[in-house]
Design a protein around this ligand. Sequence first.
Ligand SMILES: Nc1ncnc2c1ncn2[C@@H]1O[C@H](COP(=O)(O)OP(=O)(O)OP(=O)(O)O)[C@@H](O)[C@H]1O
Ligand SMILES: O=P(O)(O)OC[C@H]1O[C@H](OP(=O)(O)OP(=O)(O)O)[C@H](O)[C@@H]1O
Length: 222
Amino acid sequence: MPDTRPLTIALSKGRILEQTLPLLEAAGLTPYEDVQKTRKLMVDGDVDGRAVRFLIIRAADVCTYVEQGAADIGVAGRDSLLEYQPHVFEPLDLGIGRCRLCVCGPKELVEAGPPERGSRIRVATKYDHLAADYFLSQGVQAEIIHLYGSMELAPLVGMAERIVDLVETGSTLRANGLVEELTLCDISSRLIVNPASFATRKAQIQPIIEKLRSAVEVRDKG
Ligand SMILES: Nc1ncnc2c1ncn2[C@@H]1O[C@H](COP(=O)(O)OP(=O)(O)OP(=O)(O)O)[C@@H](O)[C@H]1O
Ligand SMILES: O=P(O)(O)OC[C@H]1O[C@H](OP(=O)(O)OP(=O)(O)O)[C@H](O)[C@@H]1O
């Protein structure tokens, strides 16, 4: 039996949403309401006249919705993908939400050199697994202090010696007297697809991937 539910697309709220909208428009994916203004979390729309629906959710939750099959496709930051390791396909780099995941700390501490093997440090982050893996690989005993945002504050109040967080312009670091120690990886947002949806709804999903791929290419050429 063909799946007649509208294809469901999970969009990240916040800064990624703003950068995703021009790509959706260029690819012919049309929400029927202003997804930046509405308080609705599910918005109807279409692609080439065929019904779709958009879920407007927190960036960190997109992986879960797509992995669970509550959304067929979604837009998620590579930071979330690396941290949560969801079982999803990742067919396209959308080239938005560009930044880097870094280890940072107070200028004086960073200038004194990286923590020694066997030493203990406190690391504030929302990327618990990525931070733990990195310091483990360095032989440093890291106590991970989980925060949900504004990580840059933690060293200022003596709660951590390092943070692992996203850096784009570096202005948040500078404003708080912190510097980058090293980049762990470059980040951008990716189109992700639930594997079961891809198997059962390929005829619908593949053209959307291709339209978005063309939209990315046109944007990058322009
Ligand atoms: N400074 C930045 N520059 C570019 N991309 C960023 C930056 N900060 C975050 N991102 C990307 O945007 C995604 C969502 O970040 P955003 O700041 O919108 O939400 P959040 O603060 O992580 O979560 P929430 O607001 O839901 O608590 C991140 O996962 C990352 O991929
Ligand atoms: O290098 P910059 O251009 O200053 O960008 C980096 C900041 O952007 C993100 O925070 P966001 O603004 O999303 O706030 P948050 O701390 O609430 O996540 C990130 O966590 C950094 O704090």
